[in-house]
Design a protein around this ligand. Structure first.
Ligand SMILES: [Zn+2]
Length: 84
């Protein structure tokens, strides 16, 4: 009976340990994604004020931004990407 209890306790502890490992893994992956997003944001800067054209709370990458949130410099040609 004591052996069974010890077996159950060890199995429960193993499950808990794997849970903690899974949580730590998920957290580190999320943190890596956030860091990568910040690195990506730093990659493209506004040519007018030399800051990241999107705000910290804004989703998406700097490549998708239409205009700079700091100086409202228009980053894209509003008539499309055709060369004039
Ligand atoms: Zn700007």
């Amino acid at each position: 009976m004591l052996l069974l209890f010890a077996l159950l306790a060890s199995v429960a502890w193993l499950l808990l340990a794997f849970n903690i490992i899974a949580v730590v893994l998920a957290f580190s992956v999320g943190a890596a994604l956030v860091v990568l997003q910040f690195v990506d944001r730093r990659g493209l800067l506004c040519p007018h004020c030399h800051e990241s054209p999107i705000s910290v709370l804004q989703r998406g990458t700097a490549e998708n931004a239409d205009f700079c949130v700091h100086c409202h410099y228009w980053l894209k040609n509003p008539r499309g990407e055709k060369p004039v």
